[in-house]
Design a protein around this ligand. Sequence first.
Ligand code: HEC
Length: 634
Amino acid sequence: MTMRLIALLCALCWISTPALAVEAPHAQTQVSPGYFYGKVSSNHVAVKSAMVTFYHGNPVHSLTVFADDEGRFLTPHLPWPDGYSARVRRAGWKDVSLDTLSPRTNGSWLNIEMTRITDAREMIQQLPSNYWMNLVLDEMKGHPDHLLEFKTQCTGCHQQGSPLTSRRQFTREQWTTIIHDMGTRSAILTDNLRNALPDYLMKAYDDKNVLARLPKYDGEDGPLPLADAETRKSVIEEWDLGGSRSSHHDMMVYHPDGSIWSVDGPTDTLHKISFATNPDGDRTDYTIPHGDLKPGGVYAKMSVDPKDDYLGAHSLQTAPNGDIWLTLASGNQLAGFNPKTEKWEIVDLKEGINPHTLRFDKKGRIWFTMSATNHVGRFDPATKEQKFVSLPTPDLKTRLILWMTPFLITHADWFNLRENSANANGVSMPVPYGIDINPIDGSVWYSQLYMRHIGRIDPETFEVTSIATPFDTPRRLRFDSQGGLWVPSYSEGSIHLFDTKKMQWVKSWTIPVEPLGSEVPYAVFVDKQTDMVWITGTQSDSMIRFNPKTEQWTHYPYPTRVTYTRELDMDDAGRVWTSHASFPTWHIEDGQPKVVRVDPNGAPDTNTADVFKEAEIAPMASKAVTLKAQPFKK
Ligand code: HEC
């Protein structure tokens, strides 16, 4: 066959496939599913590392692969014969979208032509939030204390530097109002930073500054680093979950059947996505019972919105018997859910406030941090026994405030607590945060976020050993298989290894995300098979992998912007999961939160795949539509 003939045949197949779907749906569903492949270029030059995303179903499930250095991409076999659409994205070029796509058994070729963005103002809008936030950090270079305080206080619920937080040219008055509003939500700044922050923000996000500083990242291959060979092996999938009010603080893999569960705080919902019969996922929602509680739960007297959630569902884990247990932070409860009977067991906690992150020990007992009152709790679902450990405090004043905290919260309206904390001069309390069980000796380890400490609890004697961290803001920590404890420094953008046998800090690494210092790692997860460390790229819309043996880093950018991720889990196939947990949800691109899966070895290799040998000579008419920049909508 001549090249021309091949091209014509391909073009005909291409055009006829969608039509077939309309005329003979039954015939269509019998077509064995296939794959997509193709080439992304711009004016005859390959667009390296373009993210090619295929969407299917409603609620949507998407799958993303990366183009190689020749612009070639190849998907794994996709489950459905039709109903796909696609978007191709690479910062520096306009997004391209394609409709009505069907993957054929022998591959459907897509020729993608992208248009280079020439207007710097348009290009910089495609940069992840960390590039924009870095402008603020630059302003704070002479004030490292301000820099750490800003990162600590202002990146705990949502990204800074995103289109909806920072790119809107707020006036000083607006910034002052916003900073006060954030104070009522618990971002309590020191007077010193509170006074200085509007200036930093206005200088950083000033139109002239932005245009002087951000376009410099652009180059031949666009402004973002290229995906390396490791990243290109990966497939990233996303599943829409919940609605515009949902925030999936934590999600987990339910290992007995591979389903995904997530706790959605703002809607008091436990979500399940099952993949047993549908790769796009079958979703089930379970409302968490709130009993007699009022909106706001134990914080009812601080709650200003009658639509507030009741429970503040936060984290979840699977018990050895297959039950799922949740911490209900504002409900001040633990909730057990039996996935078979779909029955709930709600446990009121007798001491402390704000149950947070939880883990099961080998005896099936739940250990959980209580972040408002500096406790770690232990609950045994078999005996119903509750035990509480008060963690160390730095001084008498802190102890006094902690002692008064339950009273202050119960009677928050007497003290106008919301308003007064917004104006307080940087009250910084120890906040017990991450927790994990040492696989070697069963000891319980926690972090105290604002106190620069981690600690060990003996699970039987409750003896506490407190250990200072040589870094700021230890957040969600995890053990590797050898009893090494990995701790992220949230504000410093680094990870740290503690040897729990020798009881000493071993080594620290700064996460090499560009611009350096702009990452805010919320959580780490260690693969117990390989001891690879996975880190949430909470500010940069990415997942980050660190190989401690080779000290090699791999960066997996997500196709969606403004994700804000807080927890990680891994399925039995070694694929890593997380969820969009931006609070508020409307900061997320499209305002639709999703759960995300990174399969580090999911993509076929474009170099060894035979398909490209033939395909290079088949110029397929592309149906691509270049998208206008989509403004984020509040
Ligand atoms: C406790 C969670 C939390 C923290 C911490 C927090 N924010 Fe927010 N932020 C929110 C929520 C929730 C909203 C949305 C409020 C709304 O819908 O009106 C928001 C919205 C914003 C917006 C958009 C405002 C607008 O009018 O559109 C900006 C800007 C912002 N935050 C900046 C900050 C800064 C600066 C800090 C640190 C001082 C901060 N945030 C800390 C929760 C938080």
